[in-house]
Design a protein around this ligand. Structure first.
Ligand SMILES: [Zn+2]
Length: 276
């Protein structure tokens, strides 16, 4: 009997230790992904770095009221921008000024932003497709990818209210590899393209953030093909739908088009956060 109790104790104690160890490991290695509507995300990395992508918040009809105050984002270490359209950049100058965080974007759009005085040139990391960079130290790698879309910068002069159109460079997506290897693909605004197969095979994204709204980007059927056949990520979060009437695609249509697959779909509401 004593032997049995000892054996049970050993088993339970060892299991508890292992569970505690596993929990501690998980806590040290979690990535938080907060969706703020359209293509805007706040990613908190396993070591606590904060990356904001495509800040369109204060005038985004789907962003929760709380996040229409840019201060609600707290400390920001890095801002990534996929292209020049307003629904990805409207709050970029204000957020860059508020946080002082470096802004990564395509080199040509950076030149336009510098010339127009929207973000100081020295605060921007102008780069281009491929070109992996580690702007926050050796743990986090950012790579710019192709996106099948367009990009321009429409500037409204604050005094005359006159609008002018400027080069926005080429649209992009991003591969964001975090400290523990967890790899996120933010596709930006894009149609489906064949090199998504390369992105899937080469970068092996754990999580893909994919537009499904249609009209300007992939619709649910295209996004399902990209997921199932080309990218094959472990997780996918649909984005860029429902913000304006033309962006009709829904997560339900996406899931239906996807059918049976090993990829887990996370349909979120703006303001929701998930941990991985
Ligand atoms: Zn867009």
């Amino acid at each position: 009997m004593i032997k049995l109790v000892r054996a049970l104790c050993a088993l339970v104690c060892t299991s508890a230790f292992l569970l505690a160890g596993a929990a501690a490991h998980a806590q040290g290695g979690k990535t938080e992904v907060l969706w703020l509507g359209q293509a805007a995300f706040k990613i908190t990395t396993p070591k606590g770095k904060v990356i904001v992508i495509d800040p369109y918040l204060t005038k985004n009809p789907k962003t929760p009221e709380k996040y229409k105050d840019l201060n609600a984002l707290g400390h920001v270490d890095l801002i990534l921008v996929t292209h020049g359209h307003f629904d990805h950049t409207a709050d970029l100058p204000a957020l860059a000024k508020l946080t002082g965080a470096p802004v990564m974007l395509n080199a040509d759009m950076g030149t336009t932003y510098d010339t127009l005085g929207l973000v100081p040139g020295k605060q921007m990391i102008r780069f281009n497709k491929s070109g992996p960079l580690q702007p926050l130290g050796p743990g986090i790698t950012i790579t710019m990818t192709h996106a099948e879309h367009s990009s321009e910068v429409v500037y409204t002069d604050p005094e005359t209210k006159k609008r002018s159109v400027h080069p926005g460079g080429e649209p992009a997506g991003y591969i964001i590899k975090l400290e523990n290897g967890f790899t996120i693909y933010h596709a930006g605004d894009t149609g489906v393209f064949g090199d998504m197969k390369f992105i899937g095979e080469y970068y092996k994204p754990d999580l893909a953030l994919l537009p499904i709204g249609g009209h300007f980007t992939m619709d649910p059927v295209h996004a399902a093909y990209a997921t199932r056949v080309l990218l094959k990520p472990k997780h996918v979060i649909p984005m860029h739908y429902g913000t304006f009437p033309p962006l009709k695609g829904t997560p339900a249509e996406f899931k239906k088009a996807l059918g049976k697959t090993s990829t887990k779909v996370h349909a979120m509401n703006p303001g929701d956060a998930l941990t991985f």
